[in-house]
Design a protein around this ligand. Structure first.
Ligand code: IMP
Length: 447
């Protein structure tokens, strides 16, 4: 499986962590190519217990795998060091097995503060990990890259020179005492209040002071990952590109502006890792058997009733990064088909089928009604999407406990029919490669 992309086809949280854990065994190298510490991949293993990864691919837990944080990722230096430290404490050495692109942009506390400040008024419900301001700096061409950590004097000057601009931006965001008060409460909760005060603005000296030792610690990991990855592919290595978030949060094709500021699917691989599109061999699309979303923005099939509640409880649907309860609802074939169109997976992995136990009937959204017309495409305009009413078809549910099932034929007939139906509605061509029937590594059907 030379170069393979694994991408979520919904609003993230499709159960990537478990699938990546299973797939990693087949690869030599695992790559993150977009997003940053906004992602949250929880792994639970007998050997290491529970670890939540935000930046480092969980493949690092396998001693023979190399993990790459490629150029498209926003590298949060503090978070990265925390993860390296936690791994060390658990006896996992990352030396020589973790590579961070010298071209990846760096996220610093001021990005996180600006993210929190902007979101109070904007209401996207971001993770507060600095993604918007971080990518904003990148595209405004005023960002700092991991490669810059090699020259600390130059870096310090670049950061402290930002003071007037950053303070002016904060005054624009925080234009009432009430907003300031609200922000300061949020910053205190997340340990960010030491970097900013409404009276004196940003404390960039403190940020620089903390960054210097971080830079020294991170330097051994920073390298040209474009050369590394292309050379690895030249020599026949198998590389897994691990998408974070999901295709419906993509900055171009997702529910703009309620999205994440990166190409959070297969479309981001080339620009985010320096691998040409012609080098990508397989794309695996991951879809959960129902839908979830965290944060703001339309979600046509959200079930704000006992079904949504049941899915949340049975599926443990709470955010790994923020702990927020996820919004849950019926499988949306219109939205997932939209994602499959621009990702064009050659295979699917369906997750959390077991969670649907006891929900009868099962509904699948096959089209929307917009302004009294039936439509089968996913509207680009967010207000149109918010007006869409889902049109459902119903299928009988199943009541048997299928947790841990390993054979497709052992599934209740209604579960089999449901899986086949959602697959058919999303793509006629791609085949189902795996069905996950529980959180454990072995709880899955390989097809
Ligand atoms: P940001 O990526 O922190 O800017 O957040 C933008 C939107 O993406 C918000 O609605 C977040 O809840 C959502 N989001 C970001 N990361 C994830 C993720 O890993 N899973 C699910 N939603 C996410």
């Amino acid at each position: 499986m030379p170069a393979t992309v694994l991408t979520g086809l919904q609003w993230g949280d499709e159960g990537k962590a478990k699938v990546i854990d299973v797939l990693t065994q087949l690869f030599d190298i695992v790559v993150r190519y977009q997003g940053g510490a906004n992602a949250g991949h929880t792994t639970v293993t007998e050997e290491f217990g529970k670890i939540v990864f935000h930046l480092i691919p969980s493949g690092i837990l396998y001693p023979d795998k190399t993990c790459v944080i490629a150029n498209g990722v926003l590298t949060d230096t503090e978070q990265l060091l925390l993860e390296i430290e936690e791994l060390k404490e658990k006896g996992v050495s990352v030396e020589g097995r973790l590579k961070v692109s010298d071209r990846s942009h760096v996220v610093l506390p001021y990005h996180k503060i600006l993210d929190r400040a902007a979101d109070i008024k904007r209401g996207i419900g971001t993770t507060g990990r600095g993604m918007g301001p971080g990518y904003g700096d990148k595209y405004a061409r005023i960002g700092l890259r991991a490669g810059d950590l090699a020259n600390l004097d130059r870096l310090s000057k670049k950061i402290t020179a930002k003071k007037d601009d950053l303070d002016a931006l904060m005054r624009l965001h925080m234009d009432t005492p009430k907003l300031q008060e609200e922000l300061m409460e949020i910053l205190a909760k997340h340990g960010l209040d030491k970097y900013y005060s409404p009276d004196t603005g940003f404390n960039l000296e403190l940020i620089v002071g903390e960054l210097k030792p971080q830079a020294v610690e991170l330097m051994p990991f920073i390298t040209d990952t474009v050369v590394y990855l292309n050379t690895a592919l030249d020599s026949g290595k198998d590389v897994l590109f691990e998408g974070a978030q999901g295709a419906l949060l993509d900055i171009d094709f997702g529910t703009y502006p309620y999205c994440t500021p990166s190409n959070s699917d297969a479309t981001g691989v080339s620009a985010g890792s320096g691998i040409a599109p012609t080098r990508i061999d397989h794309i695996i699309g991951l879809m959960k058997a129902y839908i979830t979303r965290v944060g703001g923005g339309p979600c046509p099939t959200e079930s704000d009733d006992e079904i949504g509640e049941k899915l949340r409880e049975q599926g443990g649907e709470y955010g790994a990064t923020t702990g927020r309860p996820r919004r849950c609802g019926w499988f949306d074939a219109v939205a997932t088909r939209h994602a499959a169109r621009y990702n064009h997976p050659d295979s699917f992995i369906i997750t959390k089928l077991d969670v649907l136990k006891g929900i009868d009937p099962l509904k699948i959204c096959t089209a929307y009604e917009l302004d009294s017309k039936r439509i089968e495409h996913f509207p680009a305009d967010i207000e149109d999407l918010a007006k869409c009413k889902p049109l459902y078809e119903e299928m009988p549910g199943f009541h048997e406990d299928i947790r841990g099932a390993r054979e497709f034929e052992s599934l209740p007939e209604n579960a089999q029919k449901y899986v086949n139906r959602i697959k058919e509605l999303v793509s006629k061509e791609a085949t189902i490669r795996m069905i996950s029937t529980g959180p454990g590594r072995e709880e899955r059907i390989d097809l």
